[in-house]
Design a protein around this ligand. Structure first.
Ligand SMILES: *Cc1c(COP(=O)(O)O)cnc(C)c1O
Length: 244
């Protein structure tokens, strides 16, 4: 990007951020919550390090990537930018067991633990490297065949085993809602919250993190209790239309 394009991108980005924060605050008010209880994660998977630096300057502090290799690359790029040392980078995408080493020790939180097999593999690698890994269980609440993750009943069944895995800290659950269907999105998010409540009483753990809500549906997600929204296009893409 040239310097003047970068200037207009910067302007877009802070204006857009103000709109996002306003909508988030509205949704929080609607449900009697505080906007401070919702973490805004910027999904940087489609942009380069220059755009990420812009986002940092606009006020974003938490970023997410969905590919292990790109996560590593971004982490290194961010570490090289003065002032960005405290950045938080999360893994939000599908993780194959042969890529685990790229992610642990680098991602702050892994949102996408979608099977018992993967949880076991992460814990084993983490023990070898003497690190702990914060995780969320990815839940396929809507039951769509195209989505990965535990079904709600599988998640409840897996809970005990996961809590016994030595290197994992389970912090909550994550889901993705069906696209272009606000009603289905709402019931997906409320279903995630209800599952979390059940798992909370099953385990006695806080399980505070409800990772749900993307560009098209984050207002609904916050109304239904989301504590972490993952926003990609709405943050980074000037062509994304915000319907206000
Ligand atoms: C890409 C992605 C997002 C962001 O989606 P947008 O619709 O661009 O906001 C959120 N979560 C996951 C897991 C993603 O892969």
């Amino acid at each position: 990007m040239g310097a003047s394009n970068m200037d207009s991108y910067r302007a877009f980005m802070s204006e857009r951020r103000a709109q996002i924060v306003e909508r988030l605050a509205q949704a929080a008010r609607t449900s009697g919550r505080s906007a401070d209880d919702v973490c805004l994660l910027a999904v940087s998977k489609t942009v380069g390090i220059d755009e990420v630096a812009c986002a940092w300057d606009a006020g974003y502090r938490v970023f997410g990537e969905n590919r292990p290799q790109e996560l590593r690359r971004k982490a290194e790029g961010m570490a090289a930018i003065p002032g960005m040392e405290d950045v938080r980078l999360d893994m939000i995408g599908n993780l194959q067991t042969n890529k685990i080493n790229q992610v642990i020790g680098c991602a702050h939180l892994v949102h996408s633990v979608s099977s018992l097999h993967l949880a076991e593999a992460i814990s084993k690698r983490a023990v070898v490297r003497d690190v702990r890994v914060r995780i969320l269980l990815e839940i396929n609440v809507s039951g769509e065949a195209s989505k990965s993750g535990f079904s709600p009943s599988e998640a409840r069944e897996a809970l005990e085993q996961i809590l016994e895995m030595p290197a994992l800290d389970l912090e909550g659950v994550m889901t993705m809602a069906p696209a272009h269907d606000p009603q289905a999105a709402r019931s997906t998010f409320s279903g995630l919250r209800e599952l979390r409540d059940t798992m909370r009483s099953d385990s006695g753990l806080p399980l505070d993190v409800l990772s749900c809500g993307m560009s098209d549906d984050f207002g609904i997600a916050v109304e239904e209790g989301s504590t972490l929204v993952r926003l990609g296009r709405i943050v980074f893409d000037p062509a994304y239309e915000l319907d206000v």
